[in-house]
Design a protein around this ligand. Structure first.
Ligand SMILES: CC(C)(O)CC(=O)SCCNC(=O)CCNC(=O)[C@H](O)C(C)(C)COP(=O)(O)OP(=O)(O)OC[C@H]1O[C@@H](n2cnc3c(N)ncnc32)[C@H](O)[C@@H]1OP(=O)(O)O
Length: 258
């Protein structure tokens, strides 16, 4: 499938999806969001793919929703088109792990897109923010909800009410990103991390992703019960036998996703 606003490269079990609207700092318009969701769904369905990386350009992961496209819309348009909710729903249904590799600006919908991925690896040049307040709106793709869960109420209020940007260093310190790497090595480092994940049992990776995500949606006791049930079910798999036998035999496990 050919896309116009993104590039997709599948190599060695990794799907690298690159946002590609250089004229507008990867602003998220309807076409880009639809193509991105479609590419993610195709990668999820592709048996060769075991981990997905979403990235942008050196200057911008994405500078938010496309303001030119949005500016003329009224309530009825945004309500019926429902672009961001639809994208959020489609992204959260992807079962394979998604790493956001962020360089430069990740603002508004760009920050929200990164947060909708499973974790964020940031270049030291990355800048995160929810500047929607400056446009007379609030975040609409998770910026008031996911950001608060990542960094806590105080910092989320600060970001959402002032629209200020956070550096990569502050984002790592605050728990928004998992690691910061030199900008020149962003894709290399993200690929190394993706490769490590790709070597695991895909079944177990998907189960771990589902269990971690459950912690955002439920109470601690329900989440612990869910985790326990999934943990127990792992003992019905060949990969559990292989993983533990390989440890005892002091060799690398050869997982078969069974
Ligand atoms: C998803 C929701 C619901 O949460 C809503 C949103 O996301 S609202 C959008 C939130 N994002 C922003 O408010 C950021 C807007 N952009 C900027 O503030 C600046 O562009 C910058 C700080 C990221 C970079 O500044 P600078 O280096 O000076 O570059 P510019 O000349 O401003 O930008 C270059 C070029 O890109 C166009 N651009 C940038 N961002 C957007 C955008 N979000 N939508 C549409 N177009 C965007 C900008 O207009 C420039 O284009 P030209 O004027 O050269 O044609």
């Amino acid at each position: 499938m050919a896309f116009e606003t993104i590039n997709v490269d599948v190599d060695d079990h990794i799907a690298l999806i690159r946002l590609n609207r250089p004229d507008a700092l990867n602003a998220l318009n309807t076409q880009l969001l639809k193509e991105l969701c479609q590419a993610l769904e195709e990668a999820d369905a592709n048996e060769k793919v075991r981990c997905i990386i979403v990235t942008g350009s050196d200057k911008a992961f994405a500078a938010g929703a496309d303001i030119k496209e949005m500016s003329g819309m009224g309530f009825g348009d945004v309500f019926t088109i429902n672009l961001f909710a639809d994208a959020n729903d489609r992204i959260t249904k992807i079962r394979k792990p998604i790493i956001a590799a962020v360089s430069g600006y990740a603002l508004g919908g760009g920050c929200e897109l990164a947060m909708a991925c499973d974790f964020i690896i940031a270049a030291d040049t990355a800048k995160f923010g929810q500047p929607e307040i400056n446009l007379g709106v609030i975040a609409g793709l998770g910026g008031t909800q996911r950001l608060t869960r990542f960094v806590g109420k105080s910092k989320s209020m600060d970001m959402n009410l002032t629209g200020r940007f956070m550096t990569a260093e502050e984002a790592e310190r605050s728990g928004l990103v998992s690691r910061v790497v030199p900008a020149k090595k962003l894709i290399e480092e993200a690929t190394n991390v993706a490769q490590k994940i790709a070597e695991k049992s895909m079944m177990t990776v998907m189960a771990a992703k589902e269990a971690v995500n459950r912690s955002y949606e439920t109470t601690l006791s329900e989440g612990l019960l869910f985790e326990r049930r999934v943990f127990h079910s792992m003992f019905a798999t060949e990969d559990q036998k292989e993983g533990m036998t390989a440890f005892l035999e002091k060799r690398q496990a050869q997982f078969r996703d069974k």
